[in-house]
Each structure stands twice: as C-alpha cells, then as structure tokens.
Write a protein of this length. Structure first.
Length: 146
C-alpha cells in the first residue's frame, strides 16, 4: 500500500488543472463520491468553476471489489454540454465505464471527459487527464480521518 499525502495532492492538482485548462472548458465538474469529492473540489477552485456536483458510485467495500456497480444520486445535467467527471483513481475502469454509460443514456448530448490523479494501465478506460500510474493500492490522506 502506498500513502498519498496532502503535499503530493497539492502538486498534482496544479498539474491536473493545467492539463484540463489547456484542453477542455467544463461547464460542470462532476465528482464521483466518495473518492472524487476532494479532488473535484480542488479542481473546481483552480478552474474557478462553481458548478461542482456529485453522484454516488459503489463498487468497492474498503479494498474489496464488489460484484455490482451501484450508481445513484445522478444530478440533473440537462442544461449542460461539457462535463468533467472526477474521481481519485481509475482502477479496473468498470465503475467509470458504467458511469459514462448511465450519464449518456440520460443525457446523450453530453461531452464527457474524465480526470483522476491515478490510473492503472490495464483499466478498461484510461482517463483523459491524469497524473500518475498506480502499481499498488493507494491510501489517500483523506481516508485517514479517525
């Protein structure tokens, strides 16, 4: 297991936000709760975008991958076109593929881009914007709150 610190997060948010700014102007930043909430908030601050929404996706219980993907609390995106989906990591890619499918079934005209800190190269989908490849389980600083 690799620990991911706040100081690393600060640096990576700057890198990630710069990549996004140079390529995409999202109208909405959509966090995947819970893992993507902290990153989505930081990106929304860096991009000065107050349209920061979230949806819930459950595919893991602690470090155990579940057999199902439960997506709920999807916000109303009918007034928007460009949406940046933000999560902490793309691991297998199954969750993010299911989220994209769900969003496009409800809102077929959306332009979706994905931003994460970490990704795994064997994932079903590689994010449009990311900072680091993960070769280990990552423990994020926001997960250490007792």
């Amino acid at each position: 297991m690799t620990y991911y610190s706040y100081s690393s997060f600060e640096k990576d948010v700057k890198v990630l936000s710069s990549k996004i700014q140079n390529d995409f102007a999202p109208e909405v930043i959509l966090a995947v709760a819970r893992g993507g909430l902290t990153l989505a908030h930081a990106i929304s601050m860096k991009l000065n975008n107050r349209n920061c929404f979230c949806l819930n996706s459950i595919h893991y219980e602690d470090t155990k991958k579940l057999d199902t993907i439960n997506i709920f609390n999807v916000p109303d995106l009918s007034k928007f076109k460009k949406v940046l989906i933000v999560d902490d990591m793309v691991d297998s890619g199954e969750s993010i593929v299911a989220i994209k499918r769900e969003l496009l079934s409800k809102y077929p005209n959306l332009e979706l881009k994905i931003a994460t800190i970490f990704y795994k190269s064997k994932a079903l989908l590689i994010p449009d914007y990311s900072v680091k490849e993960a070769n280990d389980w990552i423990e994020f600083f926001w997960e250490r709150i007792d």
